[in-house]
Design a protein around this ligand. Structure first.
Ligand SMILES: Cc1ncc(COP(=O)(O)O)c(C=O)c1O
Length: 388
């Protein structure tokens, strides 16, 4: 049986997959089982931030596998402690919690916000405002937090007390804010929702009202974080630091990790027994994440991401078929005049380029380490498809 046949026979059909079996990769380039080459502008949906099998990352992961692969969180280990210290100090947070995915990081943020409010104000302050068109994950709580009706089917009952505000609508924000609200949770750039960056004045107004009312501002940086937009966290574009920031995807460089970072005022809300995860902060995953952060902290790295973003965006904006280029940094959305995003994805695949879609847009999340040559080769294919 082929890999595709085995997959289709034995794995629940929850994904819309392309007919490509990825066999191996290096940098932003991968090969299928027949040895055909592809430039990858998707990075496993923003996870392989250093590309395929980055040498420093692979060395760190392999060395850790051979030292100790798991300890449980009933003991201590150095990679977890070092990663926590590094992340908190780089991002300006007091403490963090480790999980294994973006959804888990957001679950932690939701629990933290509700308990922060309960501890200070008692019952009746459990509402979390999120945005229409948001995406926060696939668990029941994070689906409930997701502001898209299409996700609110079948799995009833959903978790109560999420309320959805129209993105960039300050009047709607004020209307939905009442004394039951304990948190406002946003993505600075709605990724799955179509690569839409929020307006600066809207984000700043959220920060202001959260401060005014002692409501926690939660930034879901699962997709935007860890260098993706050209800064460690996308909040920097808005001059904002949320009280709680979640990250996942690119942090692990391709291994499963999720993190919920908390500022001083809410760092100790989740005490002993209030939360946990068997695999959270696993040594191998933490060793890989430390290699990712080392790479991002290297002089000029974040600037090089911004530079590559400018090059790619200028190139795309010059294509006639392109209506608009959205997003920030190397999180790129492309709206099209006449073509359909799934058709563009298919044509790119046929020509040796992997791209993503989000809503009706083509979406690009190339590895942060992509070389200018790989970027150009990929852009050549994409522009060729768009112009064809
Ligand atoms: C903004 C955002 N939050 C949460 C998630 C869920 O992350 P995971 O699939 O790792 O649970 C995603 C995934 O795409 C995301 O983009």
């Amino acid at each position: 049986m082929s890999t595709i046949e085995q997959t289709n026979q034995y794995i629940m059909p929850t994904y819309g997959r392309s007919d490509l079996v990825i066999h191996d990769g290096s940098g932003a380039t991968c090969h299928d089982e027949a040895g055909r080459t592809y430039i990858d502008f998707g990075s496993g949906i923003g996870t392989t931030s250093l590309g395929y099998c980055n040498a420093a990352w692979a060395d760190a992961v392999c060395a850790q596998v051979r030292t100790v692969q798991h300890t449980s969180n009933l003991f201590y280990h150095a990679p977890q402690a070092q990663l926590a210290e590094r992340l908190c100090s780089m991002a300006g947070y007091a403490k963090l919690f480790f999980g294994n995915s973006g959804a888990e990081a957001n679950e932690c943020a939701i629990k933290l916000a509700r308990k922060y409010s309960f501890d200070k104000y008692g019952k009746g302050r459990s509402t979390i405002l999120t945005l229409v068109n948001s995406f926060h994950g696939r668990t029941i709580a994070t689906l409930s937090a997701t502001g898209q009706d299409v996700f609110h089917n079948y799995f009833f009952p959903f978790v109560e007390d999420f309320r959805f505000v129209r993105a960039n609508d300050i009047a709607d924000l004020h209307e939905k804010l009442d004394d039951t609200v304990c948190a406002v949770m946003i993505e600075y750039v709605q990724g799955e929702g179509g690569v839409m960056a929020l307006d600066k004045d809207f984000v700043q107004e959220i920060r202001r009202v959260c401060d005014e009312r002692d409501i926690l501002m939660i930034a879901d940086e699962v997709q935007t974080g860890i260098g993706r937009t050209g800064y460690l966290f996308a909040g920097e574009h808005f001059g904002i630091r949320a009280d709680v920031t979640t990250a996942a995807k690119g942090l692990g460089g391709g291994l499963p990790i999720g993190v919920c970072l908390a500022s001083e005022k809410c760092a100790d809300v989740l005490g002993k027994g209030a939360h946990g995860s068997t695999f959270g902060g696993n040594p191998v995953v933490c060793a890989g994440a430390l290699a990712v952060l080392d790479t991002l902290a290297a002089p000029g790295m974040l600037e090089s991401i911004r530079e590559k973003s400018r090059t790619l965006r200028e190139r795309l904006a010059a294509v006639d078929e392109v209506e608009a280029v959205s997003g920030l940094g190397l999180m790129v959305g492309i709206s099209l005049k006449t073509k359909k995003a799934p058709d563009v994805l298919k044509s790119c695949l046929d020509k040796g380029l992997l791209v993503l879609t989000a809503k009706d847009r083509v979406r690009l999340l190339p590895p942060l380490t992509i070389t200018p040559e790989e970027l150009q080769r990929g852009a050549d294919i994409l522009c060729n498809v768009l112009e064809g």
